[in-house]
Design a protein around this ligand. Structure first.
Ligand SMILES: Nc1ncnc2c1ncn2[C@@H]1O[C@H](COP(=O)(O)OP(=O)(O)OP(=O)(O)O)[C@@H](O)[C@H]1O
Ligand SMILES: Nc1nc2c(ncn2[C@@H]2O[C@H](COP(=O)(O)O)[C@@H](O)[C@H]2O)c(=O)[nH]1
Length: 204
């Protein structure tokens, strides 16, 4: 398990229909990506949010198959070796990856698939799927980011420190992305994302 390089997505497009879109949403841990995605899905249930595999332990309330597929390091390594992940990366001491098949299926059905992933994974996707639309979510300030990580109340002090160290490097790479959205006011950020995803009257 030494590389996270992806192979191609290869969606099978249903004859007579157009292929869907792949969207990547990235930003430092705690910036509010998950919160914004849940709100977006409530308003646009036709969107498909990929469920990742992780070796991280479940947080209280997290459900296997809903929030993540929780796997051991060995299970994760086997998925990598079998080419089952579209991308994967290590983040703050754990592995995270995107199962290939459901994303390929949804795109093949003409749907919009969204990946909520960290920077290295976003770079891998860009390399294997250049048409991807990539959005970076920024915090209003580093102080606010730290405050959000703490108020979430889910991570140890050590985990928060690791995530904050990684956050600055991720923010420095925001210029690589197609769009940047500052998540200060939740509703305003959501509307910006909607305007990116649904220019004109496109709703798929
Ligand atoms: N605009 C906002 N203003 C204030 N608090 C917010 C805002 N958006 C999200 N939050 C809060 O910030 C915390 C972190 O949000 P969330 O878990 O969605 O972040 P995330 O980017 O998905 O993190 P991770 O990448 O670690 O999964 C949560 O407590 C959430 O309620
Ligand atoms: N490269 C990938 N990154 C992923 C994936 N799923 C989630 N993530 C990112 O990991 C961090 C930490 O998440 P947490 O749930 O432990 O707080 C965060 O930035 C997620 O966006 C994935 O499949 N691939």
């Amino acid at each position: 398990m030494t590389t996270g390089l992806p192979t191609q997505i290869s969606p099978t497009v249903i004859p007579g229909s157009k292929a869907g879109r792949l969207i990547v949403l990235t930003g430092p841990s705690g910036v509010g990506k998950g919160t914004l995605m849940q709100l977006l899905l409530q308003r646009h249930p036709q969107l498909y949010l990929s469920i990742s595999v992780t070796t991280r332990s479940p947080r209280p309330g997290e459900i296997h198959g809903k929030h993540y597929y929780f796997a051991s390091r060995e299970e994760f390594r086997q998925m990598v070796d079998r080419g089952e992940l579209l991308e994967w990366a290590e983040f703050a001491g754990n592995c995270y990856g995107t199962p290939r098949q459901p994303v390929a299926e949804k795109i093949g059905e003409g749907k919009t698939a969204i990946l909520e992933i960290e920077l290295e994974g976003a770079r891998q996707i860009r390399a294997s799927f250049p048409e991807v639309l990539r959005i970076f979510i920024l915090p209003p300030s580093m102080e606010e980011l730290e405050q959000r990580l703490r108020s979430r109340g889910q991570d140890s002090e050590e985990a928060i420190a690791r995530r904050l160290r990684r956050a600055q490097a991720e923010i420095n790479a925001a210029g690589e992305f197609d769009y940047k959205v500052i998540n200060d006011n939740r509703e305003a950020a959501l509307q910006e994302i909607e305007a990116i995803l649904f220019p004109d009257s496109r709703q798929d």
